[in-house]
Design a protein around this ligand. Structure first.
Ligand code: NI
Length: 212
């Protein structure tokens, strides 16, 4: 029963999305930020995504074109995040485990850091290894990160620790984008969605042949 209801909910969500009513996401599952003092600006998901050039956790330069042909679950966060990012990344790993094997094999989980100052390729390598051997960490210059975050309408801001100026956290919106084989965004997940819901939505998209 629960599964059927979730399927119906996902089908409904897709229908609404296709109709272009992106406000559904903002009402049903607004992304939150860690340590936010006020409301986080809510992005529009219309026309998000675009080309990027970044550095992966092995130190290699990568572009969006390197991920064409497969699906990507693209999450924006940072390794020093105390709670939300580890929770969301673990959820992505769980979702991959709940997809049929042939579907999961087509999906690459990717963390794009919004804290490039601390998230070097080395730091990302250690971090993503904690979650899944397939997980990719991407970093870059402050300008490269600002550019990709802007393309995906990701909000982030440094929050200095009042007691210890050497420490800081990052306020950031919490979104996971499902990017299709052609580089277009097919779906957006927030921290309001479960691993099971993500697994079902991704599976439907992948098995549907990416007709959105
Ligand atoms: Ni976080």
């Amino acid at each position: 029963m629960t599964t059927r209801l979730i399927r119906l909910a996902i089908a409904g969500a897709f229908a609404i999305m296709v109709a272009g009513v992106v406000t559904w996401y903002l009402n049903a599952g607004p992304g939150s930020a860690t340590g936010s003092d006020g409301p986080v600006p809510q992005p529009s998901f219309a026309n998000v995504g675009g080309p990027f050039t970044l550095t992966d956790h092995t130190g290699a330069e990568v572009t969006d074109a390197d991920y064409r042909g497969g699906y990507v679950l693209l999450y924006f966060g940072y390794t020093f995040c105390p709670d939300v990012c580890p929770t969301e990344l673990w959820k992505i790993v769980q979702a991959l485990g709940q997809m049929p094997e042939e579907v999961a094999a087509q999906v690459t989980p990717v963390l794009v850091t919004i804290d490039p100052q601390r998230d070097t390729p080395e730091a990302l390598a250690q971090y993503v290894a904690l979650f899944d051997p397939r997980m990719v960490g991407l970093t870059g210059t402050a300008e490269q990160i600002a550019a990709v975050a802007d393309e995906y309408n990701v909000y982030y801001a440094r929050v200095d620790d009042a007691e210890d100026p050497s420490r800081y956290t990052m306020d950031h919106s919490v979104y996971t984008y499902l990017v299709g084989p052609d580089g277009t965004v097919r779906n957006v997940f927030t921290n309001g969605q479960t691993a099971e819901q993500i697994a079902e939505a991704v599976t439907a998209e992948v098995e549907g042949g990416g007709s959105v």
